[in-house]
Design a protein around this ligand. Sequence first.
Ligand SMILES: Cc1ncc(COP(=O)(O)O)c(C=O)c1O
Length: 419
Amino acid sequence: MALAVTRPPEVAMPSPFRCSELCRAMRPSPIRELFKLTQRPGMISFAGGLPDPAIFPVQQFAACAEALASRGTVALQYGPTEGYGELVAVLQELMRGPLGRSPSAAEILVASGSQQVMDLAGRVLLDRGDIVVVEAPTYPGALHTFRNCGAGFATVPCDGDGMQVDLLPDILQQCRRTTGRLPKLIYTITNFSNPSGACLATARRQQLAEIAERWGIPVFEDDPYGELRHSGEPLPTIFSLTPWPGVLYASSFSKILAPGVRVAWVVGDATLVRAMAIAKQGVDLCTSMVSQVLVAEYCRRGHLLAHLEAIRAHYARKSALMATALRQHLPAGAASWHEPQGGFFFWLELAATDSRSLFHRAVENGVAFLPGDAFFPEPGETVVGSCDGSHFARLCFTFASGEEIDEGCRRLALSLAKS
Ligand SMILES: Cc1ncc(COP(=O)(O)O)c(C=O)c1O
């Protein structure tokens, strides 16, 4: 399968530059592009998946800068590609619960955001024309990164319990029939998925691990939201459910502390992690040591666990506010949704409205969200599965203030009523 180049390059290069094949296939992130429209004055934004800056631990984090006095020469120097030793030790401890054991240092790689983890995994696992299995809907940043590797997609539909794993064997067969090969990777967001807010049910996690092992296809378990559960019981990670080394687990400080630190990590088979570290040497040499020293100090002082308690309660309130506002304002039968038990998002299924046109009406009315089609691969790059996101809308409940959540849902209802 060739790269799915369905239109002229987005970036027309001036002479003497000539686009690479990758550049011709690239397209701007739909989220980042729509984001520009959401910056107008007075706009209430449910669009970006942003944490609430009001709850950033600014003072505590600033106090951690004291660590620069004692560790400044380390912080200001290049560091190991694998990650700053003190931070790796913090992660070994942090992962003991979710992964069921403390991973060895050789199984951990610190990265500049989990977006980079995806990029590194793509670099070491994917060749042009390979297929990645993704949930439909899924995180556009993952599509973007795997697309950059020349990959195509097979999609697995989701319901309120996440990926419908029982459909997976048939989808794998179809991939083999239509392309002559099996997918190289299965990408899944197991907790409070971006965008659907769904958690993959435990039985499905087990089943996914079994199918992946049986078919020999590695799993990328992307879990930046797992610690943000505000109701219900935590579910075991896929990583913890199988001794099979084919599961790569990634998480990030972006949603649990602050995205500005650009610090994330991946845990997996030591040989694969080593390959990713070698790939990272050619990308950024190392993740910012200043950031890693500050994050390690923040965790070493015991702030992270207290902060997690605070943000879970804070986001529980905001999620409840959005649930109430949606119930109160949206016209009856106009949309349906599952109330999330954590994470950042409500995922609305619209009864009779195209979400792109709703988006433009909503922006006129002063509220922004993300239309569903951003969360599906394009038909031209999908070898198995369907791609229609036109009746969905993602609403982020964490960023807007309480009053804005209510007013934003009222404006959304107004836009729906005009459809
Ligand atoms: C599912 C998912 N994975 C990865 C990322 C990227 O996070 P990071 O800031 O760690 O690069 C995001 C960001 O929104 C996300 O929603």
